[in-house]
Design a binder for this molecule. Structure first.
Ligand SMILES: C[S@@+](CC[C@H](N)C(=O)[O-])C[C@H]1O[C@@H](n2cnc3c(N)ncnc32)[C@H](O)[C@@H]1O
Length: 250
C-alpha cells in the first residue's frame, strides 16, 4: 500500500507542469462539443478526473457557464486553478477535491458529464454504473476509454494491457456495457494519433529527461514503465487507442 502511494506520488511528480495528463487535443474536443445535442438552460456540467483541466477550460470557454472539475489530486487541481486564472476562466470553474467513484451529488442532476482518460480508474463499466444515477433525464456523457481497434492484437500488446488494464475491451463490447448501464450510444470517435504524440508523449519525454538524473528507485521504475508504454504505442498504435463514447442517458 505504501509502495502504491509512493508510485502515485511519483506519477503526479512526473506529470507536474504538463498541460495534459493524457493524450488529448483541443480541436478534437471542440469538434465533439460541436456535434453534441444542445444542452438545457443553465446546464450542470462536470469534468470527472479533470487533472490540470485541459478539458475543463475548453468546456468553460465553450459553454460560458460554470463547470465543476473533480480530481483526487490536490496538486493537479492547484495547477488547474493557475491555468484557469491565466485564461481568465477561473470565475467559471469550481475545483472539487474528491473521488470520482464516490460522488455525493443529487441523483439525476448532470446535464453533461465529461471524463477524459479517467474512467479506467473505476473500469469503464464501473464508471458507467457509478455515474448513470447522477445523469439528468436525457443527460449527455462524453467518456474516453482505451479500446481495442483490431481483433488481431499483437502478443506484446496483449501482454502489456493484460497487466496494465485487464478490463480493456473493443468499441462493440464497450457500447454493450454502456447500453446495459442505461445509456444510448450516440457516437464513438477515436482520438487521432497525433494527440498522443504532440500533446502528451513529447512533453512527457522532456519531463522524464529532466527527472531521470535525480530519480529515486520508485521514480526510475515509473520512468521505465512510461518509456515501455511509449515504445509500445509507437509500434502498435493501430491496435488500440482512446475512443470517446458519446452517450445519452435513457
Ligand atoms: C490521465 S489523467 C487525465 C486528466 C485530464 N482529464 C486530461 O485529459 O488531461 C487521469 C486523472 O484522473 C484522476 N483520477 C484517477 N482516479 C481518480 C479517482 N478515483 N477520483 C478522482 N480523480 C481520479 C487522476 O488524478 C488524474 O488527474
Amino acid at each position: 500500500m505504501e509502495q502504491q502511494s509512493k508510485q502515485i506520488k511519483a506519477l503526479i511528480e512526473l506529470h507536474r507542469g504538463l498541460e495534459r495528463l493524457g493524450p488529448g487535443d483541443a480541436a478534437f474536443t471542440k469538434h465533439l462539443l460541436s456535434i453534441l445535442p444542445d444542452l438545457p438552460q443553465n446546464p450542470c456540467i462536470v469534468d470527472l478526473g479533470s487533472g490540470t483541466g485541459a478539458g475543463t477550460r475548453i468546456l468553460a470557454d465553450w459553454y460560458k457557464t460554470k463547470i465543476t472539475a473533480v480530481d483526487f489530486s490536490r496538486p493537479f487541481l492547484e495547477e488547474l486553478q493557475t491555468y484557469a486564472k491565466a485564461d481568465g476562466l477561473d470565475h467559471l470553474i469550481r475545483a472539487e477535491e474528491g473521488d470520482i467513484g464516490n460522488l455525493s451529488w443529487p441523483a439525476a442532476s448532470i446535464d453533461l458529464l465529461w471524463s477524459e482518460g479517467a474512467a479506467y480508474s473505476l473500469t469503464f463499466e464501473g464508471a458507467l454504473k457509478a455515474w448513470r444515477p447522477l445523469m439528468a433525464p436525457n443527460g449527455l456523457a462524453a467518456i474516453s476509454e482505451i479500446s481495442w481497434f483490431t481483433k488481431k492484437v499483437p502478443e506484446p500488446v496483449l501482454k502489456y494491457w493484460e497487466k496494465a488494464y485487464p478490463a480493456i475491451a473493443s468499441e462493440t463490447e464497450n457500447s454493450k456495457l454502456a447500453m446495459g448501464a442505461g445509456f444510448e450510444v450516440i457516437g464513438i470517435h477515436r482520438l487521432p494519433t497525433e494527440a498522443w504524440w504532440t500533446n502528451y508523449y513529447e512533453p512527457l519525454k522532456e519531463r522524464m529527461n529532466v527527472l531521470r538524473p535525480s530519480a529515486d528507485p520508485v521514480m526510475q521504475n515509473v520512468i521505465d514503465e512510461t518509456e515501455m508504454e511509449i515504445e509500445l504505442f509507437k509500434n502498435c498504435k493501430d491496435s488500440y487507442g482512446y475512443s470517446f463514447y458519446l452517450l445519452k442517458a435513457v
